[in-house]
Design a protein around this ligand. Structure first.
Ligand SMILES: NC(=O)c1ccc[n+]([C@@H]2O[C@H](COP(=O)([O-])OP(=O)(O)OC[C@H]3O[C@@H](n4cnc5c(N)ncnc54)[C@H](OP(=O)(O)O)[C@@H]3O)[C@@H](O)[C@H]2O)c1
Length: 359
């Protein structure tokens, strides 16, 4: 009889916030959940931020990692639509047993979607976090801009037909914002990026790509050649001090800048170098931190809508996943990959590891 695996390798962030690969029990599936063998997980900036900023959350030991693709090992009670052996993608929630920097994890079935045959596990792992941030940012009314989302019957769809500025279009989040902007029919869709990404970003939905190394004055001048209309919404997919100030300055009265400076409810990450932007009562504008997560009562419903349609969106090429670079060494490859992300050495791709390759 085949031996049932009970132990697994995990990447732990220890009390000194150093990474090490350790041995732990495989989690037990709970009601409404799936136990997944993690075949591929993508790295996100949030994963280096919790290390660098010393954030403790989600139980002990701390295991980061959210973007997940894998195979269903076990189906919990009250789950419909999934069975053992299904290839799925899902989003971890940064608790010890529901994070993806491990070989097995639990996840809520309602935030999982089957991976279509035309998408590899590695590529599927690049989707959930970036796409959900873009989705919540544009369409959630509390943690985003609150526009009506486009996944409705054709008869109910209304083009948004307003200009959108996306700072950082080549980032993972930015690429998904451009694609959703195209679906929602914002116009024009202006983005900033390194110019070697221009053709690709246009194919995703940007109507205009501006060099991200232009001065703020030059960016404003280029934008004014494209449109005089003020921006009701700026999506700042980078959210550095510089991009936030640029985006805020370009907002219309009552406009919103959607920022991605990772904040997760009670696990708010400190972001010490972000200036507080004071709103001028005579010219009110709003900074809206996007919460691209599945765990908040205000985001659960919208996250479910997206996961329900995700298989179709990828199968039909309505949403294109990020390009990926697969790192070697399984979980051992993660710390070096996170250093590359932190140092701005990743351009237009998602770094992915295969936890089962961990020795
Ligand atoms: N709140 C949420 O729910 C949530 C979810 C996901 C991510 N985030 C946050 O969103 C941000 C982006 O994450 P990500 O995974 O999308 O990042 P990423 O893909 O790792 O970002 C890398 C890209 O950023 C671009 N970039 C860097 N500085 C830029 C600048 N000043 N202007 C324009 N582009 C710039 C680079 O562009 P070029 O290659 O073109 O030079 C590169 O392609 C991070 O701060 C992350 O923590 C938040």
């Amino acid at each position: 009889m085949a031996q049932v695996e009970t132990r697994q390798k995990v990447l732990v962030l220890d009390e000194n916030f150093e990474f090490s690969v350790q041995d732990r029990p495989i989690p037990k599936v709970q009601d409404g959940e799936l136990l997944i063998k993690v075949i591929a997980t993508a790295l996100n900036p949030g994963d280096w931020k919790i290390q660098r900023w010393g954030v403790k959350f989600g139980g002990q030991p701390v295991i980061p990692g959210m973007d997940t693709a894998g195979v269903v090992e076990e189906v919990g009670q009250n789950v419909v639509g999934f069975q053992k052996g299904d290839r799925i993608m899902t989003m971890g929630t940064w608790t010890t047993e529901t994070s993806s920097f491990q070989q097995y994890m639990r996840t809520m079935a309602r935030f999982a979607a089957k991976i279509p045959d035309n998408i590899s596990d590695e590529v599927a792992a690049s989707v959930p976090v970036g796409l959900l941030a873009a989705w919540i940012g544009l369409y959630n009314d509390q943690h985003g801009a609150g526009y009506p989302h486009p996944l409705v019957d054709e008869s109910k769809f209304k083009p948004i037909s307003k200009p959108l500025l996306v700072l950082g279009g080549s980032s993972s989040v930015g690429q998904y914002v451009l694609q959703l902007a195209k679906l929602s029919k914002f116009s024009p869709v202006i983005t900033t990026a390194s110019l070697h990404h221009t053709d690709y970003l246009r194919s995703l939905g940007a109507t205009h790509v501006l060099d991200r190394r232009l001065s703020d004055e030059q960016v404003v001048s280029e934008i004014r050649k494209i449109t005089d209309a003020p921006f009701e919404t700026v999506f700042d997919a980078i959210s550095s001090t510089e991009t936030k100030l640029l985006g805020y300055g370009l907002l219309a009265r009552e406009g919103k800048i959607l920022t991605c400076d990772t904040r997760f409810g009670e696990f708010t990450l400190p972001a010490p170098d972000f200036p507080e932007i004071e709103s001028d009562p005579a010219n009110p504008k709003y900074v809206v931190p996007v919460k691209g997560v599945t765990v908040l009562p205000e985001t659960v419903g919208m996250a479910e809508v997206l996961f329900k349609d995700l298989t179709r969106l990828l199968k039909d090429g309505v949403i294109l996943p990020n390009k990926v670079e697969v790192l070697s060494g399984g979980l051992h490859g993660i710390p070096e990959g996170l250093v590359r992300i932190e140092n701005g050495l990743v351009s237009g791709v998602k770094l992915v590891v295969r936890p089962q390759d961990t020795t």
